[in-house]
Design a binder for this molecule. Structure first.
Ligand code: URP
Ligand code: ZN
Ligand code: ZN
Length: 472
């Protein structure tokens, strides 16, 4: 009887700190040995010296999140997790979103129903807290944190979700008390509304004006305020989808002052710019409407720099999938709408890893170790999944990617999401996952998806481990 279920021979293994040549042995879905010339296994794969990294942990994506009709997210747990696996991610953390007036517990139960037995890879839920009532703050949140929902997102914008400063302080206090991580969407809602009304009054409603309604300063002000609120409560925070130099400056300032402010960025701030929202009043730019919006091309360098020098902790997709055609996506009711009514968000689950490997690692902008840190190890540590996830080490789940380095032109027809476009159509890339393993099972062989719905397990998470545990 072979000692192992699976052996990956001749791997050029990458962790967040090291690169080394080894064989990787897998048994019962876990990595059980790393070594040279290991004994044979039931199944063997020759990596032939190719890079092998931990599977990606996409810690910010939206799947089957309830929307106001007729709008509907294009990806659910079935298509979203399938697409993620084909792009080298093996864990996703989407959001169980509380509607105002709804109990948080009901939102979590609803989201479990939506996941059902549809997931092809492992998954967990962040919470979105939009209505921090005394019951939510005093009972539901503490209980849910204890049950393994150890992070929650709060919004400083969007009428249906936003919290005022007092409410934010209340939520941060609960996070401090129980050791949870708070993710903050930092944009100033009143500034956005004021600018939007003025743009509308002068007839400027095309998709490109979305960026005019959300200039960098609205993100800068809210980021500054979020940092101050976190400092007041003395709790770590994570600013999500940081788009530009203004917010980056605020986070650098906070770090220089010893504050535990973590930051996430996303592919759209490296590869898209405000020009992708349109150079004229045509509607095609609706495809790239997301918040915060893509900035100038020069700004992309600031984000690359932040990835390379440690400003950013996490690199996520912020996959928020809406189809361009049809009545339920970017043209609600089948009509071209003023930018205010265009659903915010773009697809990116499947392209996140390859974009960063190809244009970051292979282009020499970040090291392979930094890639692993940003796409897998740090997201797992930030959200209480490490070392089971995000780690190429003995005892970790055998969630692995073997990389193929070859040139090709990216087209939406290659992708497996349920969205009818990719914002990165026509990009020339130099790498794509040649194999994805989810707990030791091949789910993507470089050509074909081979996973099964229901194989993905719900992950009950621990507390964040990015920082030493606070002594109370
Ligand atoms: O435009 C975006 N980012 N849509 C998704 C929701 C969010 O705020 O992350
Ligand atoms: Zn957000
Ligand atoms: Zn998001």
């Amino acid at each position: 009887m072979p000692a192992f279920d699976l052996l990956i021979r001749n791997a050029r293994a990458v962790t967040a700190s090291d690169i080394f040549y080894c064989d990787i042995a897998v048994k019962d879905g876990q990595i059980v040995q790393l070594g040279r010339d290991l004994p044979s296994a039931a199944m063997e794969i020759d990596a032939a010296g190719r890079y092998v990294t931990p599977g990606g942990v996409d810690a910010h994506c939206h799947l089957d999140q309830p929307e106001a009709p007729p709008i509907k997210m294009a990806d659910d747990f079935f298509t979203g997790t399938l697409s993620a696996a084909c792009g080298g991610s093996t864990t996703v953390i989407p959001f169980a979103a509380q509607q105002k007036g709804q109990s948080l517990r009901a939102a979590v139960e609803d989201y479990h129903r939506r996941a059902g037995n549809q997931a092809h890879i492992d998954y967990a839920f962040h919470l979105i807290v939009s209505d921090p009532t005394p019951t939510v703050l005093g009972e539901e949140l503490p209980a849910l944190i204890r049950e393994g929902y150890t992070s929650f997102k709060i919004y400083m914008t969007y009428d249906s979700l936003k919290l005022n400063d007092g409410q934010i302080l209340d939520v941060l206090s609960v996070a401090r008390e129980h050791g949870a991580m708070v993710m903050i969407h930092a944009e100033n809602a009143d500034c956005i509304e004021w600018l939007t009304q003025r743009l509308e009054a002068s007839g400027k409603t095309a998709p490109r004006y979305h960026a005019h309604a959300r200039p960098m300063l609205v993100e800068r002000e809210a980021t500054h305020r979020a940092i101050a609120l976190g400092e007041l409560v003395d709790v770590p925070i994570l600013i999500v989808h940081v788009s530009g130099s203004d917010a980056v400056e605020q986070i650098r300032w906070a770090r220089a002052h010893g504050l535990n402010v973590f930051a996430e960025t996303c592919p759209q701030y490296l590869f898209l710019s405000a020009e992708d929202l349109g150079l004229d009043d045509s509607y095609g730019g609706a495809r790239c409407v997301c918040s915060p919006p893509p900035r100038s091309k020069a700004n992309q360098q600031v984000i690359w720099q932040g990835l390379a020098d440690g400003l950013f902790t996490v690199f996520s997709s912020d996959h928020a999938p809406f189809r361009f055609e049809g009545e339920d996506g970017k043209k609600p009711g089948n009509k071209e709408q003023p930018f205010r009514h265009i659903p915010n968000g773009i697809p990116g689950l499947e392209t996140r890893m390859a974009l960063l490997w190809s244009e970051g690692v292979m282009a020499g902008l970040i090291t392979p170790q930094k890639f692993v840190e940003l796409t897998a190890t740090n997201p797992a540590k930030t959200y209480g999944l490490h070392p089971r996830k995000g780690s190429l080490s003995i005892g970790a789940d055998a969630d692995l990617v073997i990389w193929d380095e070859r040139e090709f032109v990216l087209t939406n027809s290659m992708l497996h999401h349920n969205v009818d476009y990719t914002p990165y159509e026509g990009m020339r890339l130099s790498a794509w996952p040649g194999l994805t393993l989810s707990r030791g099972e091949v789910v993507w062989d470089g050509m074909t998806f081979t996973g099964k719905p229901g194989a993905g397990q719900f992950l009950k998470r621990g507390l964040p481990t990015l920082l030493p545990r606070r002594c109370k």
